[in-house]
Design a binder for this molecule. Structure first.
Ligand code: UFG
Length: 351
């Protein structure tokens, strides 16, 4: 990325920009003055999110947004995008993300997630665009030996194909920066993104039965499901339920904008954890969401879920010191905003 450019003359390609984290990042980029091109095939998202984005950012900023419906693995479509727009940097979210489904469909997960990344970097190289932020995951740390997790904590074997795709794509991108020092790659390892835009216009909209805790809790709160299933209460944690580092999706989105500004005059490959540094248990989440929605949410204790770790939370010192970024919101705001979204959009964008 040319280092004397400002946000106002920087064009960012966001793959998967119609999805949960992608859409919130697009809003933050537009509000910071960037020109944004979203490529999304809408396989797990809704085009209606773009009307919501326009409403949030206003007409002037919305003019800087272009949506192209395409699969990132479609090289002809991606060539056309790079021919049409002067892309300075790419934020790559597009990918399959359901852990359980990845166990059932490993060929699809490896082929889609790794295949689309390789197609993307090939087209980027051909157009001499070598700045990339990749959407990685704390899943690469596996079952940690010690907490909190720093970026130097060892990567551990993944427990499912989804996790392996994140693990492997990190290594692929690192190899690319070794082979060609002109590449500038930032790997962002997300902890557990939850919450929604404070406007109530954008949020998480999973298809089918939610795999993740928060969308499930939100659907119980809105009456779509009977009770939260708590996967295990015999972990070595204060209340026996699993502990995670939940991060507000708007904080996470702002982490991408901070990384984009930081990498302007950099090259190589750098890793950052994006979390809050605080662990919260499943029961604490249910309690906080109950407070947000104004009634005690029912739950039942179930056996542990295969592949789950006891606890993980981040050390976010590196992001604070280098990116000047820190999560602002706590669990209360995350549950408040998630409830605001769910209660106004009980069936998501299409409802
Ligand atoms: N949980 C329940 N009931 C549910 C769903 C989850 O009790 O219905 C529990 C889990 O056992 C875990 C916690 O809630 O203790 C969080 O589970 P999530 O499924 O919401 O999140 P995970 O930590 O399992 O997964 C997240 C991301 C993955 C990523 C993984 C590892 O969704 O993409 O973190 O970092 F791979």
């Amino acid at each position: 990325m040319c280092n004397n450019k400002t946000a106002q003359d920087t064009c960012v390609l966001v793959t998967g920009g119609a999805g949960f984290i992608g859409s919130h990042t697009v809003v933050e980029l537009l509000q910071d003055g960037y020109e944004v091109v979203v490529v999304d095939d809408l396989s797990n998202s809704s085009e209606k999110v773009f009307d919501r984005i326009d409403t949030i950012v206003g007409d002037d900023a919305a003019e800087r947004l272009t949506f192209v419906r395409a699969d990132v693995a479609d090289k002809d479509a991606m060539e056309a995008v790079f021919d049409t727009f002067d892309i300075d940097a790419v934020i790559h979210f597009a990918g399959f993300k359901a852990v359980g489904e990845s166990v059932q469909k490993p060929i699809e997960y490896y082929s889609n997630n790794i295949g689309n990344t390789l197609a993307l970097v090939d087209v980027m190289r051909a157009h001499d665009c070598k700045s990339l932020i990749f959407s990685s995951s704390a899943t690469v740390y596996g079952d940690p030996d010690s907490l909190p997790l720093t970026e130097d904590s060892p990567k551990k074997p993944a427990t499912n194909p989804y996790g392996w795709t994140k693990w492997m794509i990190e290594e692929i991108l690192r190899s690319i920066t070794v082979a060609d020092p002109a590449w500038n790659v930032v790997l962002l390892r997300y902890f557990n993104p939850i919450g929604a835009h404070a406007s109530g216009l954008m949020g998480e909209d999973p298809k089918g039965i939610p795999n993740n805790l928060l969308p499930y809790v939100a659907q119980v709160a809105v009456g779509r499901r009977d009770a939260v299933h708590v996967f295990g209460n015999d972990y070595d944690t204060p209340d026996g339920t699993g502990v995670r580092d939940y991060i507000h999706v708007v904080d996470l989105a702002r982490g991408h904008v901070a990384a984009l500004a930081w990498m302007r005059d950099k090259a190589g490959c750098e890793v950052f954890n994006l979390g809050t540094g605080r662990g919260t248990s499943v029961l604490q989440i249910i309690k906080a969401f109950s407070a947000a929605c104004g009634r005690d949410l029912p739950y039942v204790i179930e056996p542990r879920r295969a592949g789950d770790v006891t606890a993980n939370y981040a050390d976010c010192t590196k992001a604070r010191e280098l990116l000047g970024w820190e999560a602002e919101f706590g669990i209360e705001e995350m549950c408040r905003d998630s409830w605001n979204w769910q209660s106004h959009n009980p069936y998501g964008y299409e409802g």
